[in-house]
Unconditional design. Structure first.
Length: 257
């Protein structure tokens, strides 16, 4: 059974008990208008019922078919996908691809054929021979600090990546990452983690929206939560936007109040 339980909109009878089209998903997950100088950072994560963000080090085992359709839709709407270096290594990241189903929508929004991938890394411990760096539709960004290893910065640039400085030390300032990307016209921002990176955005109060898939599975073990790292002094309260259900999976959206 497939049902949408909206929080802010009315649901018509023909929007229940059927699979949403890509156009309908694109409308449901459309970015808000933020103005020429604004930006919007959303996260897309998946969690088991008992809070695991991964199983055996990867998120794919707790994902599902509809989760991957929404994953692709969110990428197709974004200007940039922000991801941590550890997730690039563990998940075997590849460049975002152009999708015909979203071509007209992206062109109308003034976007390129596919989202830019921005990799957050302090050490630049990355394999620059991977397709993510050698054959993207648009150059991959490597976002690091001003004190990052000079030889690795040079290697990244030689591989075709654009190096973006968003911190004064070896690491990055999460709030500055958002601003640096927006200054490059990349205002519709999506982060896919991992948990440590998401935790940094949360701690910096830089996250505007969370798209969370709750998988109907239990994993036990000691897997990470969807966000980790430093805690916040006062928990950040978000407002629910909508919930989609399919095959026991819940696809939720929460937005900054």
């Amino acid at each position: 059974m497939r049902r949408l339980f909206p929080v802010t909109d009315q649901t018509s009878a023909d929007q229940t008990d059927r699979e949403w089209s890509l156009d309908e998903l694109a409308e449901a997950y459309a970015y808000p208008e933020t103005g020429p100088d604004g930006h919007w950072l959303r996260a897309n994560m998946v969690s088991s019922l008992d809070g695991a963000a991964q199983h055996e080090g990867r998120s794919q085992p707790i994902s599902g078919e509809t989760d991957m359709r929404i994953f692709g839709t969110l990428r197709a709407l974004a200007d940039v996908v922000v991801v941590g270096a550890e997730t690039v290594r563990q998940e075997g990241y590849r460049p975002a691809r152009a999708r015909e189903a979203f071509a007209a929508r992206r062109a109308a929004a003034g976007q390129g054929p596919a989202a830019v991938i921005a990799v957050i890394t302090a050490s630049l411990d990355l394999d620059f021979s991977l397709p993510l760096f050698t054959s993207p539709l648009v150059p991959t960004l490597v976002v690091t600090g001003a004190a990052a290893p000079a030889d690795r910065v040079a290697e990244a640039a030689a591989a075709g990546a654009e190096v973006v400085v968003a911190g004064d030390g070896t690491g990055v300032d999460p709030g500055r990452v958002v601003r640096e990307l927006a200054d490059r016209g990349l205002r519709r921002q999506l982060t896919e983690g991992g948990p440590r990176l998401l935790g940094q955005f949360v701690a910096a109060d830089a996250l505007d929206e969370l798209c969370l898939t709750i998988a109907p599975v239990l994993t036990a073990g000691d897997a990470q939560r969807i966000s980790g790292g430093p805690s916040v002094t006062v928990p950040h309260r978000l407002a629910p936007a909508c919930v989609l259900e399919e095959a026991g999976f819940l696809f939720t959206r929460y937005r900054r109040i």
